[in-house]
Design a binder for this molecule. Sequence first.
Ligand code: SR1
Ligand code: MG
Length: 420
Amino acid sequence: MTQFSPQDSNGVSNSDALRSHIAAQPDLSAHFGPDLDVAEISEIGDGNLNFIFHVRTPKAQMAIKHAPSWSRISRGTRALTPDRLGFEARALRLFRELAPQHVPVVYAYDAEASILAMEFITPHEILRKGLMTGREYPDFSDHISTYLANCLFNTSDFALKPSAKRQLVAEFSRNVELCEITERLVFTDAFVGSDDNRWTRPQLDAAVGRIQSDPIVRMRVERLKLDFLTRTDALLHGDLHTGSIMATSDETFVIDPEFAVFGPMGFDIGMMIGNLLLGFFILPAHGGTDAQRENILTTIETLWEGFSLKFAAHWQQNRSGGAFASANFSAPALAGATDAFLNGYLARVLDHAAGYAAVEVVRRLIGRAHVPEFDAIEDEDLRAQHEAQALQFAHDLLRSEEKINAIGQITAQARAACTA
Ligand code: SR1
Ligand code: MG
């Protein structure tokens, strides 16, 4: 085993170390053959935790992810288990089996070196960046709803036998350090308060104070957090934001599931919707048109509609798990009750998703980990104007006593928040 450190804590990359490491791994070097000596290696990651290297020769290329024993955002000062990459490798392989068109191939995972070698997705770009420039993705909602329905249904008790499900739950329950980040950054710090928080000051001070001192919001977020901690509906991606998606107008890949854990289905769906909404709120500051904004709302609506239809199709055709006996369908006394059960289940997922979407909007604007589409706006008053609209939207959604039972309620509230 070669000792491997492609990047030191000061951010200086070491391509030669990576080249030597690949050369010493037959399954990796076989991809490149003798061209490995002339392979171009560049660090292309822009995430908070890891480094991504693009290794390419004229004949082959791959993405190599390295997880150091600290987080990138901390520049080496905050320790973080490199085991996170093992959970990512395992989740990627599982999700690839369930949604092959939307998950990259894993070539190799080396736990000792903390290296994950994957298919290099090209010419796709990070969805967050594309949306920021007003690019449209007409098939995205179809793709992501397929990914979500396939992965969530097929890792749930509707598809898995209890013994298999419990083993998977136990396996991913060990992803404790990354879950702790979510528990703290998503559900706690932004709402309870933390020195790590940051927001556009003083413009947003009052809005932040209103959210953090609202007992209805605080208790709703506690309930959502409790559901995240205790429910094991399905294996979640765990960090499904628009920076975890690579897309062209006709292909979509979901990457980066290092936060994978069992949890409520609405968490992944809500994270996705929340991040699309962040793109919606900030688009005018990037010169986006009303039509482009409306397109993001349509994407959210068709994402949910596609998910519920595809989930229902799995429910009809692929129920092989421990939950919900097939005999229920042939019992005359239960006619209609089975549909009511599914509809009730999906209604709960949507209501959860609405809550998690609102939580995500808040924490990305006032917590520690912001999103680049807002941070890129240098004019603070302009940025704060759109942040305030997004915060008001999320605040109203979290306060609402009315259950969200149609996706149109969320998009209508987003539209209304921009005209209030
Ligand atoms: C310290 S990591 C901050 C955030 O980046 C990741 O993408 C997750 O969203 C996490 O909350
Ligand atoms: Mg990530």
